[in-house]
Design a protein around this ligand. Sequence first.
Ligand SMILES: Cc1cc2nc3c(=O)[nH]c(=O)nc-3n(C[C@H](O)[C@H](O)[C@H](O)COP(=O)(O)O)c2cc1C
Length: 356
Amino acid sequence: MSSDKLFTQFNLKNFTLKNRIGVAPMTRMSAAKKSIPRQDVFDFLVRRAKNGVSIIYTEAIITDYESAQGYPGQSRMLTQKQIDAWKPVVNDIHKEGSIAIMQMFHCGRMAWLDVNPSNRVIAPSSIRPKQDNPLTEAPYPTPESMSQFDIDHVINGFVETAKGAIEAGFDGVEIHGAHGYLINQFLSSYSNNRTDEYGGSVLKRFRFAHEVIEAVSKVIPEDRLLVFRISDWGIADMDVSLFKTKDDYQEVVKLLSKEPIDILSVSTYEYNQKAFATDKTMAQLTREMTEIPIFICGGIFDRASADEALEDADIVLSGKSLLLNPNWVEEIRSKKALKRYQSEEASIAYTEEVLP
Ligand SMILES: Cc1cc2nc3c(=O)[nH]c(=O)nc-3n(C[C@H](O)[C@H](O)[C@H](O)COP(=O)(O)O)c2cc1C
C-alpha cells in the first residue's frame, strides 16, 4: 500500500517535522582521545539533513568517564570542548529545517575493558552475555553487580550528558533503553536477577529506567524532546527475547507511557516481524498500550516498507539505507526500486572512508 503520509508534516510537541523520516542513531567509533567525532562524521549528519531527513540522531554518546564505554572511539558530551564541537553541527542541521537528537547510553555488561577508563564492568547482576565479544573475539568479562552508589553515579552521568546536549542546542535527548545495554539489562530478567528493589517483578526491573528518566527529565526544558528507545533484542545473544513475553513487554510500555517522555522509539530487526508468538508486530503491540508518538526502525529500505511501517507508527527511522545512500529520501519519494543493504556493508561506518 502506498500513501503520501511519509511526506506529510508531523507535529511533535512544539516542532513541525517536514516529513516522517529520521536517520537512526549510528555509532561511528571515530572519536580520538578527546571524545569528539571526526569532522567527516559531523559532516555526514549535516549532509543527511541536506538530503531531506527531518530527524538527525547522533551516535550513542557515552555518559561518563568511568564504566559507560563499550566500543573504542566513542564520544562524550561532558566537557565544554565536546559541547562546543557539536554546536555548529546542530546549527547546520537546523539551517536545513531538521531537528537534532542526541542519543546517550551506558553499555553495562557489554563493556570492553581495554577502552573503558575505569577498567571496570558493571551491570545489574554478575551475569555475562553467553556469546563472545565479536570485536575482541574474547568472552565478555563477568560484570560486578551495581551497588546503590554505582546506580546513583550512573544516573548522574545521564543527567550531565543530557545537560551537555541541551547546552549544545540539541532539540531532544534519547535515553538508550534498547539493544541489551545497561538500561535494557535492568529491564530484562535475562540479565537481571537482583532481589532488591531493582529486580524481580516487571515494576522493580523498571525502576532503574524510571529513575534515569525522572532525573534526566528535570534538566530537559519544556520546549525540547525526551525520547526513550526500546527493543526486545540485544547486540549480544541476539536470538534471546529480552522481555520473554508479550505481557512483560506491554507492561513496560504501559509504565513508560506514564513517564515524562515525548516519544517511544521502537527498534526491531524487522519492522514487520510478528513478536512474542502473536500475530502482531512490535509497533502494533506498542501502539495498543500507549498514545505516545512512536518511531519505528528495522529493515525499512524502500517506499513500500516505509509506507507499511508507518501504518503503525508516526516516524520511520532508517539506519543502513541512510548510512549508505545519500539519495535515499528522494529515491523513496520517487518510489525507485531499491536494494536492501546487508550488515557487512554497514561496517564501512567504522572506517575512515568518507561517506557520501
Ligand atoms: C553502523 C551502525 C551503528 C549503529 N549504532 C547504533 C547506536 O549507536 N545506537 C543505537 O541505538 N542503534 C545503533 N545501530 C542500530 C540502528 O540504529 C538501527 O536500529 C539498525 O541499523 C536497524 O535499522 P536498519 O535496518 O534501517 O539498518 C547501529 C547500526 C549500524 C548499522
